[in-house]
Design a protein around this ligand. Structure first.
Ligand code: FES
Ligand SMILES: [Fe+2]
Length: 455
């Protein structure tokens, strides 16, 4: 389907309320299967997961499962993961695993043994003649699903009438292209199941407005006041020009400096802290280049110069080991901002040689349960990419580091709180949480719900 028509209608700079049904109603969660998940482009994996002809992965969403296969060096196909005989799920994910994956020339159904090749054609059905010629190729072929790639991700869409992926992703795709996300590879990928709605988990990472209360240890680096924008279906945020005090907003995508302290020490300290307490959204190169600033620059060097030196020094260090930074102008960096929401369920912090992203999905159609995934991507020297697997990790600070664990601490409590008869809907900050309001405006349009209520 085309994008819903009322998407651009509502003025998001005005205070609006978000309906609580979207988070807690079982009917709403079931309807999402039909009206949202069956209609949108969604990230189903990374291209690197299916490197060879025959490599496949499965992706489950609500009541659907999709099988994605590399059918040729330059061709990926996707099918509904269901046998056309009597409906057995064709490829099982091993019990307790994140998803199915492997490499096959033929997919055999475990029930009566029908076989399908990577092109989706049924190549074997036991006693086929019993159907008296009615088992035609068209009748038995696996049902195809739209598939495309952008940013190194595989995207699927179950709607045969959907708009092309690129059109769906704009303007985010153009604003994010300079980061060359497709050249990054997995550094780690972890997942866990939470007792909260997928939107609650996603929104725990959609605005820096929560930093002061949820991550108070970060306030020593300055004020996290951020702008937050609708970008069509998607949204982004970044730091306002009113901060930091030294006016270095244009180069703060990688990280902030603040509060007028010695920028050399501030950057070094913040990079070290992020590396230790997030474990992502920076790289070892950036951390070590930051640690050298105090030796390489005299005291009192203006903040903007320190920033520039830091990034150039990291860029050179990376180049020496074969990691060539993309060319991203300051204007492109400022427009891209700090963090993105790609509708409906991807949150991302991009950088020149790294990205940290989150994907959340409903667990079946249960409104109170979701699958949460966090992924660190990085640009590695050619041939030095680590081999990674999906790792299930209980939500402890040890498994997820302190900052992400702090975010986790709100999620189940929000899901519980929203069920209170004393709660009548969310009141997102019209300036700093506009990405969330935009998300719900677009969600309501897909769901056929009305406009968001003004306060
Ligand atoms: S359901 Fe697959 S072969 Fe019968
Ligand atoms: Fe957070």
């Amino acid at each position: 389907m085309r994008k819903p028509e009322n998407i651009e209608m509502q003025d998001l700079s005005r205070p609006l309320s978000l309906p609580v049904e979207a988070y807690i109603s079982p009917e709403y969660a079931r309807a999402e299967g039909e009206r949202l998940w069956a209609k949108v482009w969604q990230h189903a994996g990374r291209v690197e997961e299916i490197p060879d002809v025959g490599s496949y992965i499965t992706y489950d969403i609500a009541n659907d499962s999709i099988l994605i296969v590399r059918t040729a060096v330059d061709m990926i196909k996707a099918y509904h993961n269901v046998c056309t005989h009597r409906g057995r799920r064709l490829v099982d994910a091993p019990s307790g695993a994140h998803s199915g994956s492997g490499s096959k020339k033929q997919f055999g159904c475990g029930y009566h043994g029908w076989q399908f090749n990577t092109e989706g054609r049924c190549t074997y059905a036991l006693d086929k003649d019993d159907w008296q010629g009615a088992l035609t190729d068209a009748r038995t072929h696996l049902r195809e699903v739209k598939v495309d790639t952008w940013g190194g991700w595989i995207w699927i869409n179950m709607d045969p009438q959907c708009v092309p992926l690129r059109e769906y992703l704009e303007p985010a795709a153009t604003l994010l292209d300079p980061f060359e996300l497709e050249k990054m590879r997995y550094r780690f990928r972890q997942w866990v199941v939470f007792d909260c709605n997928w939107k609650v988990a996603l929104e725990a990472f959609m605005e820096p407005y929560h930093v002061a209360a949820t991550h108070p240890q970060l306030l020593k680096y300055g004020d996290f006041y951020a702008w937050s924008k609708a970008q069509g279906l998607h949204g982004n945020d970044g730091y306002d020009t009113r901060t930091p005090e030294d006016g270095s907003a244009a180069v703060t995508t990688v990280h902030r400096t603040g509060k007028g302290r010695d920028a050399r020490a501030m950057i070094a300290e913040m990079q070290k802290e992020f590396w230790e307490t997030v474990g992502a959204s920076t790289t070892e190169t950036l951390v070590s280049a930051a640690a050298r600033l105090a030796q390489e620059l005299p005291e009192g060097t203006p903040s903007q110069e320190v920033h520039h030196h830091w990034l150039e020094s990291a860029r050179r260090e990376d180049a020496a080991r074969g990691v060539i930074w993309p060319t991203i102008t300051e204007e492109q960096m400022a427009k891209a901002g700090l963090a993105w929401h790609l509708f409906p369920n991807l949150g991302m912090i991009p950088g020149p040689t790294f990205a940290l992203y989150y994907r959340t999905r409903p667990y079946g159609v249960d409104p109170d349960k979701c699958i949460y995934e966090a992924v660190a991507l990085e640009r590695f020297p050619p041939g030095r990419e680590p081999r990674t697997e999906w790792k299930y990790a209980e939500p402890t600070a040890q498994n997820w580091r302190m900052v992400i664990a702090q975010d986790f601490s709100n999620m189940v409590a929000v899901q519980k709180g929203m069920k209170s008869r004393g709660f009548t809907g969310c009141l997102p900050n019209p300036h700093q949480e506009r990405k969330i309001t935009n998300f719900h405006r677009n969600l309501a349009a897909y769901m056929g719900a009305g406009a968001l209520r003004p306060l």
